[in-house]
Unconditional design. Structure first.
Lengths: 259, 241
């Protein structure tokens, strides 16, 4: 059933971003050739400033639209009018939340990739100078000398996905809590979000106070210590994400109130 | 399979301090056409939403087909809400895909045929449809299922008498006769002829639950006449002096 739910959530995402993502890339590409001074002797700071501003605009637009999409798909999809359809489907509440979460994480990741791609398209990078034998040789040496660098890259990605999921689920939980308010549910959601943030900060401060400061370097090499730190961060973020997920599902299962 | 399709005891729903349902106990069997009747604000929509799991009762027990509200009950209930529940990006065909995926009893061909007879193009985006056309699409989706329980919340409210006949006719010619239809309305004269039994709700409480035949036999009057008697309010005349 989760697979079927994902089918419709991804279809909804496709309708929303089918034009936006390609438009961001095309805009970046067009800007690259229309920027003042490109090939006409204008150099240095002006070009760099304009390019940076144009890129900044694209990234902000992508970020804002993705954030709105993530919030809307949950709020209208499960707590608004569409909730009448979704909550009467023969599926479990956790599947509804998981489907929204997976779609939101994938959407955010794609938006991020598009933002990076647009940066490369926008910047006047000389690919023929960059993609030389020397670059590939340097990469090969890096991977040969530090084979764990690829693992580290995967671990960084895992930390990022865990942080993204925890952040999205925190917003979901805030909306689910806001939905319990008899009136002013949007304000209730914002208050809940602030409340959860404060609670998380208190928890982190308490953890920092009571957990003894362990220096991993005395047992591990610097490289091993970096890997262990990454996994600890992933686990910590995953634990927060799991708690937010469980809270959201519990509210939808026991306290759903589509008035 | 349980003999009773709906069984609830002591069902109560509070919104803050306001009582929406109070100690409602009902047993409803299969193959019945049941009118859930009451004036506005009597708790009809609240009861229907609790039956399909959109609201959680404050107190009381409820089972549908012998099981608590959950995945099984949702798979056998076909629910027509009193509002639109579409996403803007969808076409009617997207909704038919969705229903085909989730409900084993959804008959896509029947849905397409119903659209054709109602003059609805299922490939149009729902966003571009009029309110009346959207309501038709929603009705098509609900009635193209061979459900065990149809929960129809005010399907004939707010439409002209010709449209009422049209909607009722669509319901009557398409529902699964082995299943039960629970239809909420305050327009009794329009549906009295099709009802097997009625439930009168007043201020969240069940005032009466009986078969239409019994009411006519015992009370010697129509359901509509009895409703007017039970729910009569005396208008204020003159005001304070």
């Amino acid at each position: 059933m989760l697979r079927k739910l994902l089918k419709y959530d991804f279809r909804s995402m496709g309708k929303q971003f089918a034009l936006l993502w390609p438009a961001a890339l095309v805009l970046a590409l067009v800007n690259r050739f229309t920027l003042p001074g490109n090939g006409s002797g204008f150099a240095g700071e002006t070009l760099g400033f304009v390019a940076a501003m144009a890129y900044f605009g694209v990234v902000v637009a992508l970020f804002v639209i993705t954030l709105i999409f993530v919030i809307q798909r949950f709020y209208y999809g499960l707590l608004g009018g569409e909730g009448y359809l979704m909550h009467t489907l023969p599926v479990k509440p956790w599947q509804l939340v998981a489907s929204k979460l997976i779609c939101a994480v994938v959407t955010s990741l794609i938006s991020l990739v598009v933002a990076f791609l647009s940066m490369f398209l926008l910047m006047p990078i000389s690919w023929d100078k960059l993609l030389t034998t020397g670059t590939f040789t340097a990469l090969r040496i890096l991977v040969t000398e530090r084979p764990d660098v690829l693992l580290l890259a995967v671990e960084i990605l895992l930390v990022f996905v865990a942080a993204l999921s925890a952040g999205i689920l925190m917003v979901y939980l805030a909306m689910a809590l806001g939905h319990l308010f008899p009136r002013n549910r949007v304000a209730g959601s914002v208050l809940s979000f602030l409340g959860i943030n404060i609670a998380v900060n208190i928890l982190m401060s308490a953890a920092a106070t009571f957990i003894p400061d362990v220096n991993l370097d005395q047992w591990l090499t610097v490289q091993q210590s970096a890997h262990v730190s990454m996994w600890l961060m992933t686990l910590c973020l995953a634990a927060f994400a799991a708690a937010f997920f469980a809270g959201t599902v519990a509210i939808l299962r026991r306290k759903l109130n589509l008035e | 399979m349980s003999d009773l399709l709906i069984s609830c005891h002591g069902l109560t729903k509070l919104y803050g301090h306001k009582i929406a349902l109070q100690n409602v106990s009902l047993d409803i069997g299969r193959g019945r056409f049941v009118g859930l009747l009451g004036p506005n604000g009597s708790g009809k929509t609240t009861l229907i939403k609790i039956l399909c799991g959109l609201l959680q009762p404050t107190a009381g027990d409820l089972s549908i087909d012998g099981q608590p509200v959950g995945v099984h009950s949702k798979s056998i209930i076909s629910y027509l809400p009193d509002r639109m529940y579409f996403a803007d990006w969808m076409k009617a065909t997207d909704l038919f895909d969705l229903f085909s995926d989730f409900y084993a009893d959804f008959d896509r061909q029947k849905a397409m045929a119903m659209c054709a007879s109602l003059g609805v193009d299922p490939k149009d985006r729902l966003k571009t449809m009029s309110k009346g056309t959207k309501e038709k699409v929603q009705l098509v989706m609900v009635m193209a299922r061979k459900a065990q329980l149809y929960l129809l919340d005010e399907p004939i409210a707010g439409v002209d008498p010709a449209a009422r006949d049209f909607i009722l006719n669509t319901i009557l010619t398409n529902y699964n006769e082995e299943g039960t239809v629970l239809i909420s309305t305050h327009l009794i004269s329009d549906i009295e002829r099709v009802l097997d039994e009625v439930i009168f709700l007043k201020a969240g409480q069940v005032m009466l639950h009986n078969s239409v035949d019994n009411i006519r036999e015992q009370q010697g009057k129509s359901v509509d006449a009895l409703f007017r008697e039970v729910f009569r309010t005396v208008p204020l005349e003159g005001g304070e002096r």
